[in-house]
Ligand binder design. Structure first.
Ligand SMILES: [Zn+2]
Length: 398
């Protein structure tokens, strides 16, 4: 990456400069997480970019233990942690500036066999949460907007960890938020501060759980409620009651398919009949890496011919140009990207509820519940339009 600052060996002893350099490398690379892991004689530094782990190069791949320890102490100080305590896990946070942008950094420490490990989560303040930029097709955008305009109901976003559910929920909140509706949220934690939304964070130290916050929020005259995640019976029960009593409720669930989400709801003890009447929209979501526009190459005719399976040809035939003309591309890799990819976008498979689907939910015939075409097929269309690769879609949709 050309933007990585030049490493000056003179600053090796300067722990402050080295720490700054470390955070700057992660920030410039657009990393979501930075891992500082103790090894017997040194420290390994890795970062997660576009969902995948990368090793940091010299000098951070061979920092001697004393320097590594000093960096750990420096970051713990910045995060407001107790530097004399290394046996108990700790959490902290600080803000850091890169040029004119600010990044919120949440830090967590946990000591293992080889010593104390720090993981830093980098959260940019100026994130793009415009709903039109998330990756929805024009038709899907209209579907989502139509459901967001309804005064009550339940919108559920599903997908595995790291599939962009929270960002999508934020983009929905931003889309519907006006001075004329009361928008509130219960989150764990608040990841992006949204002006005009009353956001409340779960706080286990004072026993403030999702269900406690939801009950309190319901007494605050809300119109739209965002519940970060549906994860236990209590919060699911209050959420259902909210959705049944004139509120629009947006929430997410860590499951990889729509039918699995319904299984999970049943497992939590949710009243499936009540759920079937509340649900208005379920969206299954994934995040795929975007092919780098500077180096991606169109596929040659022999490469295309090699992909002539029946399923593939059928996908091409049913492709409706909603994401652009057919132009299959392969990743190459250049100075501006990592292995041919740069950035990510969402792939969505929405399912709008109708009477048949409500019956399926109520009677737990959940295997019948499917979105528009399945998230894999939705990804395939983005392959056809040259936005991502076949391998990438397979990697995230498994
Ligand atoms: Zn590139």
């Amino acid at each position: 990456m050309s933007d990585i600052p030049f490493y000056n060996p003179v600053s090796l002893n300067n722990v402050i400069a080295l720490t700054d350099q470390l955070i700057e490398i992660a920030a410039v690379a657009g990393a979501s997480d930075l891992h500082l892991e103790p090894f017997p004689q040194s420290m390994r530094v890795r970062m997660r970019v576009d969902g995948l782990m990368q090793l940091l190069k010299t000098p951070f791949d061979q920092l001697p233990a004393p320097t590594a320890d000093a960096i750990i102490v420096r970051i713990k100080l910045l995060s407001g942690m107790d530097i004399s305590e290394s046996r108990r896990p700790q959490d902290g946070s600080f803000q850091w500036q890169l040029n004119d942008k600010w990044v919120d950094i949440r830090c967590s420490s946990l000591t293992g066999h080889w010593g104390e490990k720090l993981v830093l989560r980098l959260q940019w303040q100026q994130q793009n949460i415009d709903i039109t930029q998330q990756g929805l097709s024009p038709e899907q955008l209209e579907t989502v907007n139509c459901q967001l305009r309804k005064p009550q109901g339940l919108i559920l976003v599903t997908g595995p960890t790291g599939s962009g559910k929270t960002m999508f929920l934020y983009s929905c909140l931003k889309q519907i938020q006006t001075p004329y509706i009361n928008t509130v949220s219960a989150e764990d934690p608040v990841e992006i501060a949204l002006q005009g939304v009353h956001q409340v964070a779960v706080n286990n130290t004072i026993n403030l759980s999702f269900s406690h916050i939801l009950r309190a929020l319901l007494r605050q005259d809300p119109d739209v409620i965002m519940l970060g995640e549906l994860r236990d019976f209590d919060s699911a029960d209050v959420a259902l009651k909210a959705a049944q009593t004139g509120h629009l409720l947006l929430t997410s669930m860590h499951t990889s398919s729509i039918s699995e989400a319904m299984h999970r709801c049943h497992g939590l003890g949710v009243d499936m009949l009540a759920l079937s009447y509340c649900l208005s929209l379920i969206i299954n979501q994934r995040l795929v890496r975007r092919l780098c526009n500077q180096c991606k190459q169109s596929m040659s005719p022999p490469q295309l011919a090699a992909m002539g399976s029946e399923e593939w040809l059928e996908a091409v035939a049913s492709y409706n140009l909603c994401f652009g003309v057919v132009n299959l591309c392969v990743p190459v890799g250049c100075e501006a990207c990592h292995e041919g990819y740069k950035g990510r976008f969402g792939v969505f498979d929405p399912m709008v509820m109708d009477q048949y689907k409500r019956d399926s939910v109520a009677q737990r015939r959940v295997q019948e519940l499917k979105g528009e075409s399945g998230v894999w097929r939705q990804g395939l269309w983005r392959v056809l339009s040259g936005h991502t690769s076949f391998a990438e879609v397979n990697r995230v949709t498994w």
